[in-house]
Ligand binder design. Structure first.
Ligand code: DX5
Ligand code: ZN
Length: 219
């Protein structure tokens, strides 16, 4: 699969959101990454299904929801109804991840599991067959603009080995501190989806930055 680029709207300016979405879409973004934070699982608060539903008509891009909320099972149907295509929740946020993964597929979403830097990839061994996406966090979730944790390279390799060994179709997404310094190495380690917040939206020209990273990982 060719590498997917997923700009994270956490770093965008919501006063100009339609314009910012159009810029990354025109530059060839694959997904719009939507960080949902509840102020409990992570020390920050963002948006819920209402805002995502309002954004939905603005773009045909895949909506890639990253739920950083406790009890995600209470809200996934609302995020699906709001137009999220891929829904990824945290293993650390629910005791019944397998049930929720199965439910996500049953409502027509791609089912994703996210792990924070403290959680080993080995924790996914018994549920990987129920996953369409594994999101490896390369920072502690909550904020854009944090420094990439180098151990992530090995975790991506471990996830790649697990997925390949089972022969399943499951993407590996990396989120946090991704940019020109690590994008290519992450793809070489087996990443399929690169999330980028500050790298893209803090750039003077977000569209040009996206194309530059695309060229870096494609050459
Ligand atoms: C952090 C979020 C990320 C964030 C990434 O908890 O999950 O998606 O927006 O931002 P950067 O790319 O700036 O680290
Ligand atoms: Zn995210």
């Amino acid at each position: 699969m060719s590498v997917k680029i997923a700009p994270s709207l956490l770093s965008a300016n919501f006063a100009r959101i339609a314009e910012q979405i159009a810029v990354v879409q025109d530059a060839g973004a694959d997904y719009l990454h939507l960080d949902v934070m509840d102020g409990r699982f992570v020390p920050n608060i963002t948006w819920g299904p209402k805002i995502i539903g309002d954004l939905r008509p603005l773009s045909p891009l895949v909506f890639d929801a990253h739920l950083m909320i406790v009890e995600p099972e209470r809200y996934v149907d609302d995020f699906r109804a709001a137009g999220c295509d891929r829904i990824t929740f945290h293993l650390e946020a629910t005791p019944h991840a397998q049930r929720l993964l199965v439910h996500l597929r049953s409502i027509g979403a791609k089912a994703g599991i996210a792990i924070t830097p403290q959680t080993p990839v080995a924790m996914l061994q018994d549920i990987i067959e129920d996953c369409d996406n594994v999101l490896v966090m390369s920072v502690n979730p909550g904020f854009s603009g944090q420094a990439f944790i180098p151990r992530t390279f090995d975790k991506v390799r471990e996830a790649r080995a697990l997925i390949d060994e089972r022969g399943i179709d499951c993407s590996i997404e990396v989120d946090g501190g991704v940019g020109e310094k690590n994008a290519r190495r992450l793809v070489e380690a087996g990443a399929d989806v690169l999330v980028m917040g500050s790298t893209i939206f803090d750039a003077a020209d977000p569209g040009a930055e996206l194309r530059r990273i695309r060229a870096l990982v494609s050459s």
